[in-house]
Design a binder for this molecule. Structure first.
Ligand SMILES: Cc1cc2nc3c(=O)[nH]c(=O)nc-3n(C[C@H](O)[C@H](O)[C@H](O)COP(=O)(O)O)c2cc1C
Length: 204
């Protein structure tokens, strides 16, 4: 037995709460931008994913018109910083609705480091920074999807094992419904089954 939910019958926020409680867990893009006037902005976005492999493109969604999307549209650049578990409270604090001219870096006390290819700074204590040039935006109802071409990736040596980012060292935060957040749980490993192997196995 299932309970049905019709987005046409529910109010916007009720369906939003259902969506964000069921599309889980979501990775968090900790997006840094710089306004045209020069204020550095930092805000978490869990509507975030890889959009294209070649060229490498990532995407995040701004629900409404927030400073991050405004800055990206003004300057054409942003950085996706990985949100690590040890910065849980700092990540949350940067979601506070500070006025446009106030920098979350300064207000929350987050150290910057310069980016290699774009103007917005990186979060110094974040183990991964993806520096992006704006590719395009898509307006969808009350939201704007931002696509950014990754022009540079900077990964802390401390999270690399054999030259590859190690999930146990990255320890990313994730977002779920309500005020719930996730940390790294069990990590399972399994190999993809080649079609030929699958078919041979079935015939036997
Ligand atoms: C973990 C987390 C994830 C969030 N994800 C999003 C998101 O995907 N899109 C969005 O518009 N707001 C999201 N928010 C809310 C924004 O971070 C918040 O509105 C912030 O103040 C926006 O900052 P800005 O105006 O500086 O861009 C999220 C908040 C938290 C704590």
């Amino acid at each position: 037995m299932r309970i049905d939910f019709d987005p046409e019958q529910l109010d916007r926020n009720a369906f939003y709460r259902l969506l964000t409680a069921t599309v889980v867990p979501r990775p968090i893009a900790w997006v840094s931008t710089t306004s045209a006037a020069g204020t550095d902005n930092l805000a978490p976005h869990s509507f975030f994913s890889v959009a294209c492999v070649s060229p490498p493109v990532v995407q995040f969604t701004s629900v409404g018109r927030k400073d991050s999307v405004r800055n990206v549209e003004e300057t054409g650049q942003f950085v996706v910083n990985l949100a690590p578990e040890h910065l849980f409270e700092e990540v949350n604090a940067t979601a506070t609705a500070f006025p446009h001219g106030v920098s979350e870096f300064d207000e929350v006390g987050i150290a910057r480091e310069p980016s290699a290819r774009v103007k917005p700074p990186r979060v110094a204590a974040s183990p991964v920074a993806l520096e992006c040039e704006l590719h395009s935006t898509v307006r969808l109802g009350d939201s704007t999807v931002v696509f950014g071409r990754v022009v540079h990736a900077a990964v802390s040596e401390a999270v690399l094992v054999d030259g590859h980012p190690d999930i146990h060292k990255l320890r990313p935060l994730t977002r779920m419904g309500k005020d719930e957040w996730g940390t790294l749980g069990d990590v399972l490993e399994i190999q993809r089954i080649p079609l030929q192997e699958w078919e041979e196995g079935r015939r036997r």
